[in-house]
Design a protein around this ligand. Structure first.
Ligand code: SF4
Length: 299
């Protein structure tokens, strides 16, 4: 495979970002559609079922009208897996993602949510200082680039929580904190959604892991069986709270609970919770070294 010129590759990444941001906002993945349809079937409360019927109808209308599934265009968050042989430096990849985010916002047009954190003045078309947010992973022996766009609505992002448990708190402490967080959040993060839990690492890394967890296909399980078992237990526990769709009471409080973990210091036990509302938007593309792009609905 021949490499594209740096200019062509930068343009390909910019076009990819512009496409991914809008695509993610309009066309939610099939695994999420299935989870929302299954939730409607298993909800027994009248108000909860009505909410889920409206949500499912909303998704269909967005398809028919080619419109957004929710008006909150979120904060643009990208995760990049960069192969060591990908012929565009991450500094240029970042520039391209920023330009693509701006183009999508202006050309669609999309609501621009970006503000200076003190003055609250708009800083640009969903861009600003350190916006969009980009997470990086580097992959040896590969020359491609994977970009995942996860526009994050503020209603659910505001329901993010971190606790530095002590090791003696153990798994019981982790469960208790996740439960308290979700009960405290109630209807604010537009449930039923995906509860992302990050455990281990450090304070900042635990929150990053929680964010990674919400971006997985709905219902996938952590490859570590001990962690997967905790996902199952938390999923059941959270659905016993009775918070229900939009906090109006019911059987379905969460569509799933996903956990990502990292090894940690012997005296640390960080736990982070990041809520993803029902509009769990995500879209992925694979960019090859020659500039060809493949979009992936399932990743
Ligand atoms: S939390 Fe999600 S569903 Fe609720 S308004 Fe924000 S993006 Fe929309």
């Amino acid at each position: 495979m021949s490499s594209a010129t740096t200019t062509d590759l930068r343009q390909a990444v910019e076009d990819t970002a512009a496409y991914l941001y809008v695509w993610a906002l309009k066309d939610i993945p099939q695994d999420l559609r299935d989870a929302l349809a299954a939730a409607r079937e298993r909800e027994t409360s009248v108000s909860g079922r009505r909410v889920l019927e409206i949500i499912n109808r909303n998704v269909g209308i967005a398809d028919d009208e080619k419109n957004l599934v929710c008006q909150d265009t979120g904060i643009a968050v990208y995760t990049c897996h960069v192969g060591e042989g990908f012929p565009l430096h991450p500094a240029r990849i970042y520039e391209a993602l920023k330009a693509g985010t701006e183009r999508a916002t202006v050309e669609h047009p999309l609501r621009s949510n970006a503000v200076h954190t003190i003055t609250r003045e708009n800083t640009g078309p969903n861009t600003g200082y350190r916006l969009p947010i980009v997470h990086w992973e580097f992959v040896p022996d590969w020359d491609g680039l994977d970009v995942k766009c996860v526009p994050k609505g503020s209603g659910s992002e505001n329901m993010s929580f971190l606790k530095m448990c002590v090791p003696a708190d153990g798994v019981k402490g982790i469960k208790q904190f996740v439960l308290e967080s979700i009960v405290g959040a109630g209807g604010k993060p537009c449930p039923p959604g995906i509860v992302g839990v990050g455990i281990g690492g450090s304070a900042d890394y635990a929150m990053y892991l929680a964010k990674e967890a919400i971006a997985r296909p709905v219902g996938t399980r952590n490859p570590d069986p001990i962690v997967a078992q905790l996902e199952d237990e938390l999923y059941d526990l959270l659905n016993e709270t009775g918070i229900g769709p939009m906090g109006l009471g019911g059987d379905v409080t969460v569509l799933q609970c996903h956990i990502e973990h990292a090894d940690t210091h012997m005296t640390l036990n960080p736990v982070a919770v990041n809520y993803q509302c029902w509009a769990a938007r995500r879209a992925t593309a694979h960019v090859a070294a020659d500039g060809t792009v493949q979009y992936d609905r399932e990743a």
